[in-house]
Ligand binder design. Structure first.
Ligand code: KDG
Ligand code: MG
Length: 402
């Protein structure tokens, strides 16, 4: 079998998605997500101009060899653009391998290690009262884990707190909007929110919180300590993770578990944090960390060091990424949680898929391959629209330095 075509499809059914569709001479096709929020066209060009020509004529069965060829062969290794492009190829090849074998991809990864993939969604609101309503909504939907984000009194807008509810779209403008940040206001407010949530919903509901890289290590240590009475499952991205040493300081001061990794692209970004057991959950996912092949490598390293998976699954990760993530989640021994922010109806129409939610769990499709596709005619009705993530400034106007 040979690859005869690879199409890069950019579509905006409510938000931008970049998808690679690989076609073989025997008519078997595979899809991979290549979406990089706010930088979508860079990956589309990387694929179209520099990867697709290398794929034509290759044997689609050689997944590992193709991964190494694209990673080592580029000379310029790593980075979100390169790794999202490699991820798209890798994911599409696993889809093809599953279809050729007549098996869902999780069977090729070793088979089912659990009955379903436990997911969490975002309960967010401007006020604590709004947040309580949203937590109740997720509890009613059967969710067993809920991420809680609240507006901060005195700040006009807080990243991660959107008007959207079951889905989540932070890329809110054709040019980046700007938000204001105050660490003092934030640190004073967050523990009061969790106190109310625990009061209302009891001690066992799994609660999470995303700091979105806004703190320094000592500030994050203080937050973690102040949240200890509320027994969070994790505090996410407490500091920017370019400097793994910063996590040592957090660890010395708090028992609140730490999750990190949605912006990581390779095992090298995560290796020190995992090896030194500075984190509890690694949140890399298929599209931004080199596809199923490389994600599995990261999770295997994590499994040796008491670190569980917690893959990113916000709305900007397409249904193709979600489908692929679920196959990995079902198979690995050290699965922790999977983030699941739903897609809009328009997105679901463009990406017909067989995974489904029931009672707090997601279940991948049982059909051969990933169980997801792209409807190219529907995709063509939604042309690319520029959209950027906001920029954060301190109250004195400084671009937030970490
Ligand atoms: O594109 C950025 C979003 O995916 C990000 O803001 C979502 O932090 C996020 C999360 O944990 O879902
Ligand atoms: Mg996050």
């Amino acid at each position: 079998m040979r690859i005869v075509d690879a199409r890069v499809i950019v579509t905006c059914p409510g938000r931008n998605f970049v998808t690679l569709k690989i076609v073989t001479d025997e008519g078997v096709t595979g899809v991979g997500d290549a979406t990089l929020n706010g930088r979508e066209l860079a990956v589309a060009s990387y694929l179209r101009d520099h990867v697709v020509p290398l794929l034509i004529g290759r044997d689609p069965a050689r997944i590992e060899d193709t991964w190494q060829y694209l990673y080592q062969g580029a000379y310029w290794r790593r980075g979100p653009v390169t790794m999202s492009a490699i991820a798209a190829v890798d994911t599409a090849l696993w889809d093809i391998k599953g279809k050729v074998a007549g098996l869902p991809v999780y069977q090729l990864l070793g088979g089912r290690s659990r009955e379903g993939v436990t997911v969490y969604g975002h309960a967010n609101g401007e006020t604590v009262e709004d947040v309580l309503v949203e937590v109740a909504r997720y509890v009613d939907l059967g969710y067993r884990a809920i991420r809680v984000q609240c507006g901060v009194p005195g700040l006009p807008k807080t990243y991660g707190v959107s008007a959207d509810k079951l889905f989540y779209e932070p890329a809110d403008a054709a040019l980046p909007s700007e938000a204001t940040w105050s660490t003092a206001r934030y640190l004073a407010h967050v523990p009061t929110v969790f106190a109310r949530v625990r009061d209302e919903f009891g001690p066992t509901l799994r609660l999470l919180h995303d700091v979105h890289h806004r703190l320094s290590p000592i500030e994050a240590a203080r937050l973690g300590r102040s949240l200890e009475p509320y027994a969070l499952t994790w505090m996410e991205d407490p500091v920017p993770a370019e400097l793994p040493e910063g996590f040592r300081l957090i660890r010395q001061h708090t028992t609140t578990p730490v999750a990190v990794g949605e912006v990581f692209n390779t095992i090298w970004d995560a290796a020190q944090l995992i090896r030194e057991q500075l984190i509890d959950y690694i949140r890399t996912t298929v599209v931004h960390a080199g596809g199923i092949t490389h994600l599995r490598r990261i999770f295997d390293l994590a499994a040796l060091h008491h670190v569980r998976s917690g893959s990113h699954g916000a709305t900007d990760l397409s249904p193709v990424c979600m489908a692929a993530a679920l196959h990995v989640d079902l198979a690995i021994p050290n699965f922790g949680l999977q983030e699941y922010m739903r897609h809009t109806d328009a997105t679901d129409e463009v990406f017909p898929h067989g995974y489904h939610y029931a009672d707090g769990y997601l279940h991948p499709a049982e059909t051969p391959g990933l169980g997801v596709d792209i409807d190219e005619q529907a995709a063509a009705r939604y042309p690319y629209a520029p959209a950027y993530l906001p920029v954060n400034r301190l109250e004195d106007g400084t671009v937030h330095p970490w």
